[in-house]
Ligand binder design. Structure first.
Ligand SMILES: O=C(O)C1=C[C@@H](OP(=O)(O)O)[C@@H](O)[C@H](O)C1
Ligand SMILES: C=C(OP(=O)(O)O)C(=O)O
Length: 430
């Protein structure tokens, strides 16, 4: 196995007050909606991670003006999208690729989308199928994918699984389609597109069961977007503080949209000392400050119905479960197999390499908690997946021996300041 690129080592308590970078889902959407809107969209708090920077370049390649004014401060001026001169490189980002495909399909243009090795292996048909039903012409089921858009008509799409990326791609294409646009899902997925589309002036109706319908009013007008802290990034210092004895960490300005907070609810069920205060509204989303203190955790059973609200948090939840007392069972994890890596397999192999019993049964993950610090030691393969890398570095802080991670560069896709921010709290990550 290759040498560790980064190592997480046990040490003293984590202490301090931090803010995590802007929410990745909202950052992609702010750039794309700004690029489609009439006029200017000033954005503050934009996540400057590689995934979002790829989307910024893509929106500019389609003809919008995208300017960086300062750290996290951007200004987008929308345009009629035209065929880009070159293929659109979406990097490592499923959200960027799928939302951009939807937005581009609304225009009479031709664009080819590419990505890195991981993204090129991920399924795109889930978005291309509905876009074809709306009238787009597509080539390829995995990247590179070419789309010829324009002249779209309405759709009533009943998705077999909850996916905010699929829902958003249809809504974005629907902005320039004739006829009804309705998306139904078996469970509610994150609703940032719906919230932000409304802030840009579009009419979006959401029924109690989550069915979304685009109204008659579909023109977007540029508007200010303030992006709050990403709960999926906050999850890493939060779980680290729970697991390292004596820790007390305050994470300020974290987005608390209820369709994103499944991890926080699960950790509280496990016995986490987690207090939310200062709840307020930022940019149409609920935001608050988290105070977290080291806690003895118990194993938990997480129902499949909770998966959409914590889909990216299972790797770090599995780390918390590895230190808890008793067995944890997490259901409904099939989608983890088609993320940046096969996360279910990566979690199990990583935990096993650290002396923790874990296995899958169908789409469920079972983790046998060590009831305190697990053995640790050794080296974990992160498969170039940012969330797997960060999760096992956190486990190294809580284990009896350091844990090395073989590929950590991809952390920059979602949380470029992860290492200095964790070091600032006293974490031994280097
Ligand atoms: O819409 C989004 O911003 C996202 C939706 C989720 O994916 P799915 O739509 O595939 O569930 C999530 O895993 C991803 O990190 C971000
Ligand atoms: C799955 C993720 O992102 P994406 O689908 O945008 O690559 C993630 O950030 O964990």
């Amino acid at each position: 196995m290759s040498r560790a690129e980064l190592t997480g080592s046990p040490g003293g308590p984590l202490r301090g007050r931090i803010a995590v970078p802007g929410d990745k889902s909202m950052s992609h959407r702010a750039l794309i909606l700004g690029g489609l809107a009439d006029g200017e969209t000033p954005i503050s708090g934009l996540l400057e991670g590689d995934d979002v920077l790829a989307t910024a370049r893509a929106v500019a390649a389609f003809g919008a003006s995208v300017e960086r004014l300062g750290p996290g401060e951007w200004r987008v001026t929308g345009a009629e999208w035209t065929s880009p001169a070159e293929s659109v490189d979406c990097g490592n980002s499923g959200t960027g690729a799928r939302l951009l495909m939807g937005a581009a399909a609304g225009f009479p243009l031709t664009a080819t989308f590419t990505g890195d090795a991981s993204l090129s292996g991920r399924p795109m048909e889930r978005v291309l199928g509905p876009l074809r039903q709306m009238g787009a012409v597509t080539e390829g089921a995995t990247l590179p994918v070419t789309i010829r858009g324009g002249g779209l008509h309405g759709i009533r799409f009943v998705n077999a699984k909850a996916s905010a990326q699929v829902k958003s791609a249809i809504l974005l294409a629907g902005l320039r389609a004739e006829g009804e646009i309705i998306v139904e899902e078996p469970a509610r997925s994150r609703d940032h597109s719906e919230n932000m589309l409304r802030a840009f002036g579009a009419e979006v109706e959401v029924a109690a069961d989550g069915t979304v319908r685009l109204g008659e009013k579909r023109a977007l007008t540029g508007t200010d977007v303030a992006v709050p802290g990403d709960p999926s990034s906050a999850a890493f210092p939060l779980v680290a503080a729970l697991l390292v004895p004596g820790s007390e960490v305050r994470i300020e300005g974290v987005m608390l949209n209820p369709l994103r907070t499944g991890l926080f609810a699960t950790l509280v069920e496990m016995g986490a000392d987690l207090i939310v205060s200062g709840e307020r509204d930022v940019g149409g989303e609920r935001v608050g400050d988290l105070l977290v203190r080291a806690s003895a955790l118990r194993g938990v059973e997480v129902p499949a119905s909770r998966a959409p609200s914590m889909i990216d948090e299972y790797p770090i939840l599995a780390v918390a479960a590895a230190c808890a007392t008793g067995r944890s069972v997490m259901h409904g994890l099939a989608e983890l197999r088609v993320k940046e890596s096969d996360r279910l397999a990566a979690i199990i192999a990583g935990l096993n390499a650290c002396g923790i019993e874990a296995w899958d049964e169908g789409d469920s993950l079972i983790v046998v908690g060590a009831g305190g610090p697990p053995a640790g030691g050794g080296s974990v393969q992160a498969h170039h997946d940012h969330r797997i890398a960060m999760s096992f570095l956190v486990l190294g802080l809580a284990a009896r021996a350091p844990i090395g991670v073989d590929s950590a560069a991809m952390i920059a896709t979602s949380f470029p300041t992860f290492v200095p921010l964790m070091q600032g709290l006293g974490a031994g990550i280097a």
